[in-house]
Design a protein around this ligand. Structure first.
Ligand SMILES: [Zn+2]
Length: 338
């Protein structure tokens, strides 16, 4: 449930199908909190939704990421005026998996802004358990930028790939929000970071963020092996068929590929001998648990920071989505709501 001015997915025609509408405001029900959103941000998920690829019935308010100020609270944990960020996962909070802290295994697991109305609106209602204190060190733009990508990249590198401080990681497709989050988190862990991108400008930005060397996106496997000696310990993937075989070629013996997405298509071929002779771990991951979100917040208190590419007013949500669709960004595309 969300209200006020909102960016609403109305028809599957891409960014043009997302329009700003005025919706009625209501009070939060018990156990829920109404957050007056200051900043939200868009992800590739919103584009897929807008193109009709997610099979979500419109209308739906878009966006998973949100930061703002508690406006009204139906839960004693929060009071009006509290500055908060939203854990972007939709789940039941009551099943045995949710109670065990494994929100990602909930049968009703989903993403805010896809499976429920999202954060690109003036007033969003969320379960009080989705609300966390905004880190003091972040601007509002940064606070609305980090949740989905940092939660996703955190789980991929820490929980799934178990990246260690003295290991090497290759981040593929370095401009995407989740990849920029991965570079920042891998550096925060203390790992040596390498990155690929088609864009020279994005390769330069990756170096500024702490990458040791960068590579063009085509045929990078041999170059990665040459620079690292015997390949990297972990490859961070979200591109899929266009890069997966080169990603496998980049791995050291016993290395791990961890993936959260497949922007270049849904089916990929892999070399089976490379998989078993290489003792390769092929790991899937999506979003993360509330405890992992808390770990991200603690890392932010220790200096971890998101990268904001550009900020658009809510009225320009179509331009924000088109910017993302053109893959021009480095880091996050933020919406300024109020
Ligand atoms: Zn559950």
């Amino acid at each position: 449930m969300s209200q006020g001015r909102a960016a609403v997915y109305e028809e599957p025609s891409g960014p043009a199908g997302v329009r700003v509408r005025e919706l009625p405001r209501t009070d939060p029900k018990p156990g829920h909190v109404a957050v007056a959103i200051k900043t939200a941000s868009v992800n590739h998920l919103d584009l897929w939704l807008a193109h009709g690829a997610q099979r979500i019935e419109p209308p739906r308010i878009i966006a998973a990421d949100g930061a703002g100020v508690v406006h009204a609270s139906g839960d004693p944990a929060w009071k009006p005026g509290d500055e908060v960020v939203i854990y972007p996962v939709a789940c039941c909070w009551e099943c045995r998996w949710c109670l065990a802290g494994e929100n990602v295994r909930c049968a009703r697991f989903g993403v805010i802004g896809e499976h429920t109305d999202g954060t690109a609106c003036e007033l969003v209602h969320v379960d009080a358990r989705n609300v966390f204190a905004k880190p003091d060190g972040l601007s509002w733009e940064e606070a609305g930028a980090f949740p989905l990508t940092f939660l996703t990249a955190w789980r991929m590198l820490n929980t799934r790939a178990r990246l260690l401080p003295d290991e090497t990681v290759l981040v593929v497709g370095a401009g995407a929000g989740v990849a920029v989050a991965a570079i920042a988190i891998a550096r925060h862990i203390g790992a040596r970071v390498f990155a690929t991108s088609r864009s020279e400008a994005k390769r330069a930005r990756a170096m500024e963020l702490g990458a040791e060397a960068t590579f063009d996106s085509s045929g990078f496997g041999a170059a990665v092996r040459e620079v690292t000696g015997d390949g990297v310990d972990v490859v961070f993937e979200h591109v899929g068929p266009a890069t997966l075989s080169e990603s496998m070629r980049s791995l050291a013996l016993g290395g791990r590929i961890v993936t959260c997405g497949s922007t270049s298509g849904v089916k990929a071929e892999i070399s089976m001998p490379r998989l078993f002779f290489g003792h390769v771990g092929l790991l899937g991951s999506t979003m993360g648990n509330a405890s992992e979100f808390e770990a991200v917040l603690k890392a932010i208190d220790r200096g971890l920071r998101p990268v904001v590419d550009r900020v658009y007013p809510l009225d320009d949500v179509q331009a924000a989505l088109e910017h993302l669709d053109a893959a021009e960004q480095f880091g996050k595309v933020v919406l300024s709501i109020s």
